[in-house]
Design a protein. Structure first.
Length: 761
């Protein structure tokens, strides 16, 4: 027996030694699929298959490099360098370079990245005299990208009645025309974008039979990693390339198909057995990663999906600890709970920072965990994203707030003087900067005191007046009230709200999360229970101290990881926190309308659970701020699917600072006398003031259309109860109502477009 086969279990070896015909390897989480795939390649080469006749496709360059390295190590030579191993895009780009003239492209064609593509789309939108705020380049690009990944060119796009109806519904009927111009512009420039690398590869194989025959003869054995993540274009290309020999090996797990928003379809792996008559199916069900408890929980969760390939993970690992299910009062309490739990585990079980991961559904959830980790001096790193306060939309908003407090802040002034666009272009700004330098004064002094004829003076004057109007609020209103006014009247929040793309919604959520943070700051009592300085200046100082802490230069080497579950796929950690497990957040509200979307959300939860090797925490908050209002939450339906025998339930009450017996006290105790986290949570709960009574909504409560609401009406709010509308301000899309809810809750300002209110009379 060759050494490279040593250590394989029975099912792994069957998969490795299978030679002829289609093969589907259903690889459960932590079952060693990369080992199987690389060993299979080595086994083929060891038994006479030429490296030039093997094609292996992956989704990341890192995975491709790792596969080549492992094959070289198994064979003990450099022959693996001749393998066609790489991502779909890199391998197809390599092929298209040599075949480009068939498609009318030069062999040295340019590859446009996403930013290049959006820039071209923006110029086309302007050439067509369309509103680039309505035909946002990101939105149009996503539509074109989705079309290409579904093998729809601009001619087919124009002829598809369903697509045209969808564009008409969003009032963007000219996307088809933009798509046509974009395709012709790229062709004229001798360029392809990322999606073209798939689309043009498909066209090469379908339009040129000689090219199809060439590559069918070249690639005798084809292997695809993460097959559940392939889209329609990738599926069709693979099927064509493998049609002659049918030596296609796909490796994947339908239970980990979580990228439909990128065009991936789980049907590709579910229907693989229907595509080939003599397919061999090998199931890798032994998990080498997690404890028995975690595996049992994962099996039970995914068993609730109807559309799946049946399998049952098992492991020889130890039984392990029960899953900690934590209920907290607020999202900020959830952040403190996680930070406390990390510190406790480090002291009790000597875990390093890098052994912990905090996984959430959306990037906007990171704030409360970042703040809590910083307060506890726990180094952390965001995986697949940037720090909450470093995100562009958050920095833009903070730039407005900092300029209102300090108009001498030139950098923040330059950042937002023309955002949202108000007709103050780069040329005008350059003239202002030159004048400020000539007079040796601040930029604000120039725009405040000069008319600047011929340099957009009207727009500049309006900008100055707007900032001054915000400044008049500083002395009489708290940080949230000022910030709310800035967001509303600057146009920044409306600009983000108008972008309905996936990225646009995420940016909008991040700004709302920033407002939630400011709201929480203004309503948090000090140590004596009284409200202290809640001014905007005080808030900005706090944020500056929180975000400007100098971290150790080696923090990345040992840091808690924070990331979305999508970004965590393929990773593993000894200790994992799956947070924000609430209805309408996880599963997301948009997934509740059809079974396919809900099942993908459940697969996402399954992926989160199976990232944990030794310990797993699941948490949710009874309430969290959304759109400036405190929203009551129900626990996620997925929590109910976890077997009760595997859960250790805990509860932590609200607290704004460490209570006696909390973490600060723990640090001064001997290790064997540390109180348990449960006891600490109980003590915190006992010392917290009971929450105010919550209004019980009318049976069958149904929110009414906000457009029908007027001053003087009595309305019902699900939390605050009955109230009278005192005033309504703002435009059609951002009406703000002042509502008096009586002695219990007082007067509240509520955005009617987002609040759920029932008209009583």
């Amino acid at each position: 027996m060759q050494n490279y086969l040593a250590g394989l279990n029975e099912q792994q070896r069957i998969a490795v030694e299978h030679r002829e015909g289609p093969l589907m390897i259903v690889a459960g989480a932590g079952s060693g699929k990369t080992k199987v795939l690389t060993t299979r390649i080595a086994h083929l080469m060891k038994n006479g298959v030429d490296a030039f006749n093997i094609l292996a496709l992956t989704f990341t360059n890192k995975a491709a490099a790792e596969m080549k390295e492992r094959v070289e190590k198994a064979l003990g030579n450099n022959e693996a360098r001749n393998l066609f191993i790489g991502t779909f895009h890199s391998v197809f780009a390599r092929i298209l370079r040599s075949e480009a003239t068939k498609l009318g492209y030069p062999s040295n064609f340019t590859i446009y990245d996403t930013d290049d593509a959006k820039a071209i789309i923006k110029s086309i939108v302007n050439d067509l005299n369309l509103d680039d705020k309505h035909y946002k380049p990101a939105f149009v690009y996503n539509r074109i990208s989705a079309a290409k990944n579904n093998l729809i060119d601009y001619v087919m796009y124009k002829q598809d009645s369903q697509i045209q109806l969808e564009d008409a519904r969003t009032s963007r009927p000219q996307i088809a025309e933009i798509y046509e111009y974009y395709t012709k512009r790229c062709f004229k420039n001798g360029a392809m974008d990322f999606d073209d690398l798939l689309f043009k590869m498909y066209q090469l194989l379908t339009h040129f039979p000689d090219a199809l025959a060439k590559y069918q003869g070249r690639f005798h054995y084809i292997m695809i990693d993460e097959y559940q993540d392939t889209n329609i274009a990738q599926y069709q290309i693979i099927k064509m390339l493998g049609a002659r020999n049918e030596n296609i090996c796909v490796v994947g797990d339908d239970a980990q198909s979580i990228y439909s928003f990128r065009g991936a379809t789980v049907q590709n792996i579910l229907q693989f057995q229907d595509d080939y008559e003599d397919v061999k199916v090998v199931k890798l069900e032994q998990n080498y990663r997690s404890t028995k408890t975690i595996i049992n929980v994962a099996n039970q969760i995914i068993s609730n999906n109807k559309h799946q390939i049946p399998k049952e993970l098992w492991t020889d690992n130890k039984g392990g600890e029960k899953i900690i299910l934590a209920r907290t009062l607020t999202d900020n309490d959830e952040g403190r709970f996680v930070a406390d739990a990390i510190k406790e585990q480090q002291m009790r079980n000597h875990y390093a920072n890098k052994d912990f991961a905090i996984l959430y559904r959306t990037n906007s959830q990171s704030r409360s965990f970042e703040e809590s980790l910083r307060r506890m001096n726990i180094p952390y790193k965001l995986v697949g994203g940037i720090s909450f306060y470093q995100r562009k939309e958050v920095k833009d908003f903070l730039a407005y707030l900092r300029l209102v407090v300090n108009t001498q802040d030139e950098e923040n002034l330059k950042r937002i003087i023309n955002y949202p666009a108000r007709g103050i272009g780069k040329t005008t700004l350059d003239k202002i900067l030159v004048k400020a330098n000539e007079l040796n004064v601040t930029v604000w002094q120039v725009i405040e005191n000069s008319e600047l004829p011929g340099m957009g003076s009207s727009a500049i004057g309006n900008f100055v007046m707007m900032i001054k109007s915000f400044q008049t609020l500083l002395e009489k209103q708290n940080a949230y009230e000022v910030a709310f006014a800035v967001g509303k009247n600057s146009g920044l929040v409306q600009d983000l709200y108008n972008d309905k793309s996936v990225e646009g919604l995420a940016r909008y959520e991040n700004v709302q999360e920033l407002l939630n943070s400011i709201k929480e700051f203004t309503e948090t009592p000090d140590e004596e229970g009284e409200l202290v300085d809640k001014s905007l200046g005080s808030y900005l100082q706090q944020i500056t101290l929180l975000t400007d802490i100098d971290q150790d230069k080696n923090a990345d080497a040992d840091a808690v990881k924070l990331c979305t579950i999508h970004a965590a796929k393929g990773l593993e950690y000894p200790c994992v926190f799956v947070v924000g497990m609430e209805e309408n957040l996880f599963p997301s509200q948009m997934s509740l309308y059809d079974r396919e979307s809900l099942e993908e959300e459940r697969r996402l939860f399954y992926v989160a659970v199976t990232r944990a090797k030794e310990r797993l925490w699941i948490s949710y908050a009874n309430s969290r701020y959304r759109f400036g209002s405190l929203v009551q939450n129900d626990a996620s339906r997925f929590i109910e699917e976890i077997p009760a025998a595997h859960i250790d339930r805990t509860y932590t009450g609200a607290s704004n600072r460490p209570a006696p017996g909390g973490y600060n006290t723990m640090m001064n105790q001997s290790f064997d006398k540390l109180p348990s986290l449960q006891k600490l949570a109980d003590k915190l709960a006992q010392k917290s003031a009971p929450p105010p009574p919550v209004h019980q909504p009318t049976i069958n409560f149904t929110a009414d259309d906000a457009s029908g609401m007027a001053v003087g009406m009595t309305v019902e709010h699900q939390k605050f109860g009955l109230g009278k509308i005192l005033t309504i301000e703002g435009g059609v899309n951002n009406k703000i109502a002042a509502i008096d809810f009586g002695a219990g809750h007082g007067q509240k300002k509520i955005m009617l477009n987002f609040a759920k209110l029932r008209i009583v009379k």
